[in-house]
Design a protein around this ligand. Structure first.
Ligand SMILES: [Zn+2]
Length: 381
């Protein structure tokens, strides 16, 4: 009989261990640890807000306990994260770990300050509990089956890890975006068919649900300037009729590299490396010319069919190749919109659909399966 699986560590246990005991292999793992702590913070604060308090004294006590748990001088979670994670991050990770830590501490301080006003007093709730009698302690407990990482998240993390390993960092941006960032700054003029109502979900005439992750490129260029090597994973929305390959909400990963002396060869080399890391060393890549308003020249990256290994089959329409993403050299106009001098810098970019990658990787034939929340599908991952 195999040994029983060890239960997963709680965040309270993790924060008391130095990074090297947490199997941290890269900056992505550190970022995830801090993210887990930040999620815990939100979850705990939310449940306190939902519960409320029955008296002023109880509210004060709740807030004090919460403050001590997070900001306590020695055993508070922030102090522990400082001691065990930040101080044990090697020189390679120090800067990033410091950034994650500072962001988290600011978030904690904000929550601690806001909490007293958010917890509302409600009186008379005691009666409900006591009148109902004591709970029957002999009844069996509820078991909650453990979940697993969603295949889309899993694939997104895998893509992130490959690019983090190449020195890229992760950027995010708003899903509710302005027309300027989603279209104009990306050199998509008003006459472009992508701006038609059929594709875009508008909130009002100047606001929309972003149709791609590309607006993050502009935001990142404005924020950081050049040189820049970033990856932007996130949700996108289109006014598409749902079928086996279209969904109104889907995930993209966008990549952008801006530096002096960047050429199409860098783009090809990087994407070839990425495709082989993701799909396996046997994969071959090929670039076909294409058109996008925000890149010039533009291309489509095709990989040798993962199903027939290039022999030709139904999936690749007998061609042996499957197009997997769009890419190209960043259009000078786009660089200019990001505040970067196209005379001095050049860049390349790509955008890929995460669901599509997951479908190819796991041989899934219907994109709808990802979003239906059917346990019979999800528990296979
Ligand atoms: Zn094939």
């Amino acid at each position: 009989m195999p040994p029983p699986a060890r239960p997963p560590m709680t965040i309270d246990q993790k924060v008391r261990k130095p990074l090297k005991e947490l199997d941290v292999k890269g900056v992505g793992d550190i970022q995830r640890l801090f993210f887990e702590l930040s999620q815990t913070l939100d979850g705990e604060a939310n449940s306190l807000v939902i519960k409320g308090a029955r008296s002023e004294a109880e509210r004060e006590q709740i807030c004090k306990t919460f403050r001590n748990r997070w900001l306590g001088r020695k055993s508070g979670l922030i102090a522990q994260a400082d001691e065990n994670w930040l101080k044990t991050a090697g020189t390679d990770y120090k800067r990033d770990a410091g950034r994650f830590f500072n962001a988290l501490r600011a978030q904690v301080e904000e929550k601690v300050t806001a909490l007293p006003a958010e917890i509302r007093l409600h009186v008379g709730v005691d009666a409900v509990f006591t009148d109902a009698g004591s709970p029957d302690l002999t009844l069996p407990g509820h078991r909650r089956p453990r979940g697993s990482v969603h295949p889309v998240t899993r694939v997104m993390r895998e893509i992130e890890d490959i690019f983090l390993g190449l020195g890229f960092s992760i950027e995010s941006g708003p899903e509710i975006e302005s027309v300027y960032y989603n279209f104009e700054a990306l050199n998509i003029p008003e006459s472009h068919p992508a701006r038609d109502d059929w594709d875009t979900l508008y909130v009002d005439s100047q606001t929309l649900l972003r149709t791609h992750t590309s607006p993050v490129q502009i935001r990142a260029m404005e924020k950081h300037g050049a040189p820049l090597h970033i990856l932007c994973p996130g949700k996108c929305y289109r006014h598409d009729n749902p079928d086996s390959t279209h969904a109104t909400m889907f995930h993209q990963v966008e990549g952008l590299a801006v530096d002096t002396d960047i050429s199409f060869a860098d783009l090809k080399g990087t994407l070839d490396f990425f495709a082989r890391k993701f799909f396996g060393e046997k994969i071959r890549t090929n670039f076909f010319p294409s058109f996008f308003p925000f890149t010039e020249p533009s291309g489509d990256l095709a990989i040798s069919c993962v199903f027939c290994e290039g022999e030709g089959c139904r999936v690749c329409k007998e061609s042996g190749w499957v197009e997997v993403m769009g890419c190209g050299m960043v259009h000078p106009e786009v660089l200019r919109h990001g505040g970067i001098d196209p005379e001095r810098y050049s860049g390349w970019a790509f955008g890929l659909g995460v669901e599509r990658f997951a479908m190819m990787k796991y041989d899934i034939n219907d994109i709808q399966l990802f979003h239906q929340g059917d346990v019979r599908f999800l528990e296979q991952f």
